[in-house]
Design a protein around this ligand. Structure first.
Ligand SMILES: *Cc1c(COP(=O)(O)O)cnc(C)c1O
Length: 227
């Protein structure tokens, strides 16, 4: 698994270079290792190489891994589309949820978060591409959703998340990330997290202010399942 260690180092080097190019300190950008579809051994190898935070998109798959890796104190982020009937499992087993895009989902996560646990860290997912098929709240509806989430005592609203439409054009990548930052700056609620940037576009995201990049294939290799 030395290849995994060197892949992880290469991603850290990309983050550091992009941060420096943007006049930012490299430690202002957190790396979330997206381990969906990869096995427990790969996650253990990444953890042994120093990676602490992991992102998962499928609830059933994630619960198996979280249980099997309970001996390591990892931090688990749920980044996939969230259905109502999965909110309890997610609220109980994850540390973060990046994909809150409706008030009903936020309310259910809040109600299911166990009192002994610290509040669940959440990001509101925003549709920055304007494509109707994409998940995320529209920019127009964002302020109302942010205010609703901020009221919920068992949630800790941390920031905004986006999955832009894939684009080979650097300008289009930048424009979508910039929109998320501008939306964050326009809210009257303090938010410390901008979750944006993946294997193919993390440089653009970091240039536009990402504080957390979600990176899968650049660490673990190609996925069998396309998503
Ligand atoms: C799969 C996934 C990623 C990681 O994508 P890569 O291109 O493999 O880096 C990031 N964010 C979300 C929401 C994902 O579903």
């Amino acid at each position: 698994m030395d290849t995994l260690k060197s892949a992880l180092q290469a991603v850290h080097a990309r983050i550091a270079a992009a941060a420096c190019a943007a006049g930012r300190k490299p430690d202002t950008v957190e790396l979330l290792a997206v381990s969906k579809t990869f096995g427990i051994d790969a996650i253990r190898a990444a953890a042994a190489a120093g990676q602490q935070a992991f992102g998962e998109s499928y609830v059933q798959e994630a619960l198996v891994k979280i249980a099997a890796l309970a001996d390591l104190s990892l931090t688990w982020h749920f980044i996939g589309p969230l259905q109502r009937n999965k909110t309890r499992a997610v609220a109980e087993h994850f540390d973060w949820v990046h994909s809150v895009d409706r008030a009903i989902i936020a309310q259910r996560l809040n109600d299911a978060r166990i009192a002994m646990q610290p509040p669940l860290n959440v990001c509101v997912q925003v549709n920055v591409s304007g494509e109707p098929s994409k998940s995320g709240v529209s920019p127009a509806d964002l302020p109302a959703l942010v205010h609703a989430v901020a009221q919920l005592p068992r949630l800790h609203l941390r920031g905004l998340m986006a999955i832009p439409a894939p684009s080979k054009s650097a300008d289009q990548q930048h424009a979508q990330f910039r929109l998320l930052r501008q939306l964050r700056d326009g809210l009257d609620v303090p938010l410390d997290t901008l979750s944006m940037g993946m294997s193919d576009d993390m440089e653009a995201a970091i240039a536009e202010g990402a504080t957390l990049v979600r990176v899968g294939s650049a660490i673990f290799g190609g996925r069998q399942i396309i998503n």
